[in-house]
Ligand binder design. Structure first.
Ligand code: IDP
Ligand code: MG
Length: 141
């Protein structure tokens, strides 16, 4: 295993319900360290660019509307095997399929408003972190 950085987003459904602290506790309890974090408002162009891989999906326009419907917290998480560990603590995309104890099982409202995003590969983690963070904002410890 290797120490990795991954991008996490606490989505508008969760910031709206003031769940940042509870979600951060789940991340930290899973062994992930929050080494970068900021609360921002995405605009349409940013959300479209971030989710470009999904541009042909039927849910793309709704997803962009949802992601711009309120503030998000963008975060860099660091730890051994961080990408996989974060995906595990997040739970399945659809909260109805998410395991007990996962963030999405506990907090997600729907398959769309599912409280968190997490990078799914090392390559995407690097791209997604660079999308939101300057190098000076990330302290690797
Ligand atoms: P992931 O977030 O678990 O990696 P992806 O398939 O990459 O899931 O989808 C990105 C986001 O798009 C999801 O987190 C969710 O917000 C939304 N989404 C995915 N599938 C659907 C769907 O079938 N209906 C509505 N929204 C969806
Ligand atoms: Mg994904």
């Amino acid at each position: 295993m290797a120490i990795e950085n991954t991008l996490s987003i606490i989505k508008p459904d969760a910031t709206k319900r003031n769940l940042t602290g509870l979600i951060n506790a789940k991340l930290e309890n899973a062994g992930l360290k929050i080494i970068g974090q900021k609360r921002i408002q995405l605009n349409k162009t940013m959300a479209e660019n971030f989710y470009y891989v999904h541009k042909d999906k039927p849910f793309f326009n709704d997803l962009v509307s949802f992601m711009t419907s309120g503030p998000v917290i963008v975060q860099v998480l660091r730890g051994d095997n961080a990408i996989k560990i974060n995906r595990t603590v997040m739970g399945a995309t659809d909260p109805n399929e998410a395991e007990e104890g996962t963030i999405r099982k506990e907090f997600a409202e729907t398959i769309e408003a599912n409280s968190v995003h997490g990078s799914d590969s090392l390559e995407n983690a690097k791209k997604e972190i660079a999308f939101f963070f300057a190098e000076i904002e990330i302290i690797n410890q």
